[in-house]
Design a protein around this ligand. Structure first.
Ligand SMILES: Nc1nc(=O)c2c([nH]1)NC[C@@H]1CN(c3ccc(C(=O)N[C@@H](CCC(=O)O)C(=O)O)cc3)CN21
Ligand SMILES: CC(C)C(=O)C(=O)O
Ligand SMILES: [Mg+2]
Length: 298
């Protein structure tokens, strides 16, 4: 008996029944045991495969992909359709890590219904395990609604790039007592709303450390010091695939852009000097067939 055809909108590796992703309880257990949680972004099939092979715990299809792979000047313009394409591609390259996708700006703020409809698309069409939303005036209510609908939600506080204009640009947050209290309120409210984990982005390390005393869910930091339960970095930043965003939290572990430029330059050089293609790179044809072809062509 042959299997029924898979509808084109069903992610084939995504929902695969033999997949055993990192679970939410496993992340909570890592926090309890003090084992750091490793998260990295990925935006396509090869970057997801790299994250998988490197053995990370969580992969984030960040809306930073708006900037790193789509070339937008900020994360704000990226659409749900674009994010779904990135997330679907990442999904096909992953088995084990938990896959989380950012809900893009404008895709969840209007109503709880809009948030659930958007998040459901990420889960059903792209096969993600959870969604992430940035703190804003409505995020707590949306997080509660999403969790109530059975959708795992990661929160994001501190520097929230989707509302960076209101925050004064891509600037560290929580640098006065009042502003640190704002970050604390966001984090505690998102936790109370049912988020299984929260990202702390660009806040002073001592502020994060004090907040950590109160947080019960796993906290993933980026520019929040070493007290958090895990760390996240953008794939293209840590590998040097693009020029950095200039954030002090970026540590570069490779210079892949240099290697990629060198590779393409060597290829261009080979073509221009007729070193490529070599005979090994070409296809043969039976000499008789070739002679018939030549004579019939006229
Ligand atoms: N490639 C990339 N990596 C990221 O980490 C990232 C994105 N894109 N896009 C969305 C946001 C934007 N992010 C950023 C971008 C810049 C700074 C930055 O320049 N920070 C400076 C100024 C700090 C301040 O003035 O307080 C720094 O020194 O860290 C921080 C976070 C983090 N996210
Ligand atoms: C930096 C992480 C937390 C993020 O939100 C993204 O990559 O979009
Ligand atoms: Mg993001």
């Amino acid at each position: 008996m042959s299997a029924a055809p898979v509808p084109s909108n069903v992610p084939t590796s995504a929902g695969s029944i033999d997949r055993l992703p990192v679970s939410l309880p496993q992340l909570a257990e890592k926090k309890r045991l003090g084992e750091p949680i490793v998260m990295v972004t990925a935006y396509d099939y090869p970057s997801a495969q790299v994250a998988e092979k490197a053995g990370v715990d969580v992969v984030l299809v960040g809306d930073s992909g708006a900037m790193t792979v789509l070339g937008y000047p900020s994360t704000v313009p990226v659409s749900v359709e674009e994010m779904l394409m990135l997330a679907s591609a990442a999904r096909r390259g992953l088995r084990t890590p938990l896959l989380v996708a950012d809900l893009p700006f404008g895709s969840f703020e209007t109503s709880n219904e809009q948030a659930i409809m958007t998040a459901s698309r990420f889960i059903k069409e792209a096969g993600v395990d959870a969604v992430k939303i940035e703190a804003n005036g409505v995020a707590v209510e949306r997080a509660r609604a999403l969790v109530g609908a059975g959708i795992p939600v990661m929160g994001h506080v501190g520097l929230t790039p989707q509302t960076a204009t209101a925050l004064g640009g891509y600037r560290a947050q929580g640098r006065t007592a009042e502003r640190a209290l704002d970050v604390a309120r966001d984090a505690l409210a998102l936790e109370e709303a049912g988020c299984f984990s929260i990202v702390f982005e660009a806040i002073p390390a001592p502020v994060a450390a004090i907040l950590m005393e109160q947080m019960e869910v796993p906290i993933i930091g980026i520019g929040a010091g070493s007290s958090t339960d895990g760390q996240v970095l953008v794939f293209h930043d840590l590998l040097g695939i693009r020029e950095g965003v200039g954030a002090r939290f970026v540590k570069r572990y490779a210079d892949i852009q240099d290697e990629m430029v060198a590779g393409v330059r060597a290829y261009a050089d080979d073509v221009r000097h007729q070193r490529y293609p070599a005979p090994d790179h070409t296809y043969s044809i039976d000499p008789g067939e070739l002679e018939r072809f030549r004579s019939q062509l006229g």
